[in-house]
Design a protein around this ligand. Structure first.
Ligand code: DAK
Length: 258
């Protein structure tokens, strides 16, 4: 039973909307747990092949819940961080592609949640930032690590040190988002991208996600060895035969996810 999330599934594409209007979708323990339950369910649901995560109202997620954190002891804060990290890891480790459709504020924990997704598509109204140092803390859901991996070390330090909030256009320039679209076109564009991915071999997409995510943190030769192992798996699938045969026969592909 979800009180702060809505889920719609249409032809294999799940859209999850975070809806906690009183706090601009800020992440407290209860919302983190709901998100974790939701993504576990989506990971295990064979009908679902791709996921779009978005927010209701003017925020994607306006950060971790400041009121909740201010009342926490360091141990309670640590427990919340472990819960948050387990959610980010779950999204990153699941084989299905997850697209963040960033509709508004993606600050602190919200920016971190978007960075755990595979692709970020933003509306022109979206705003990004890691304002933690302005609160006397540092990011607690992976921002110190995922931001430099996306935008480079210096730009990440610039954003983390200054707490600057940047608009969607700037976020696209620095590689934090892949595409910026007009407000009314956000979900349509996110769905278009999701459907393009879903037209490809689902096992191949999952293996590519793994190769990029796991390989990125390995030395090059270990990462290229990982590619050999994962490609060997891809070569053992019926999807490989179907994809290549369909090309040769000049017909549509019908991937079976096997
Ligand atoms: N937490 C709790 N409530 C929030 C919130 C947040 N992050 N952001 C907004 N709200 C609440 C506001 O308090 C307000 O509540 P009421 O006063 O109406 O009761 C309501 O949402 C509407 O917000 P505003 O009235 O402020 O709306 P505006 O349009 O004027 O401003 C804003 C929108 C996004 C610019 C503003 O709300 C704002 O600056 N929000 C805070 C942004 C922020 O600094 N976020 C936190 C970043 S730090 C860790 C785990 C994670 C992290 C760190 C440690 N551990 C577990 C240890 C991560 C930290 C962060 O995310």
């Amino acid at each position: 039973m979800y009180t702060m999330l809505k889920k719609e599934v249409n032809e294999g594409l799940a859209i999850v909307t975070i809806d906690r209007p009183e706090a601009l979708n800020a992440l407290n323990n209860a919302l983190l747990q709901e998100l974790k339950d939701m993504f576990t369910e989506l990971r295990d649901d064979e009908e679902v092949r791709a996921i779009i995560l978005t927010g209701a109202g003017k925020a994607f997620v306006a950060g971790a819940d400041i009121a909740a954190m201010n009342a926490m002891t360091p141990i309670e804060g640590r427990e919340m961080m472990i819960l948050g990290h387990s959610l980010m890891d779950l999204i990153e480790d699941m084989e299905k592609p997850v697209i963040a459709a960033v509709n508004g504020f993606a600050l602190g924990g919200g920016c971190e949640l978007s960075m755990a997704c595979d692709i970020r598509i933003a509306s022109e109204k979206a705003k990004f930032g890691q304002p933690e140092t302005g609160l006397g803390i540092i990011p607690g859901f992976g921002g110190t690590q995922r931001l430099p991996r996306l935008v480079g070390k210096s730009m990440a330090k610039y954003l983390l040190f200054t707490s600057d909030v940047i608009d969607a256009e700037r976020a696209e320039q620095i590689g934090l988002v892949e595409k910026v679209v007009p407000v009314g076109a956000l979900m349509e564009e996110a769905e278009k991208v999701a459907r393009r991915i879903m037209a490809n071999g689902p096992i191949a997409v999952g293996l590519v996600k793994k190769a990029v995510n796991k390989g990125y943190d390995l030395p090059l030769r270990e990462a290229t060895s990982l590619e050999i192992e994962l490609e060997t798996v891809a070569f053992s699938t019926e999807d490989k035969t179907e994809g290549m045969t369909a090309f040769q026969e000049k017909r549509d592909k019908h991937f079976q996810n096997k």
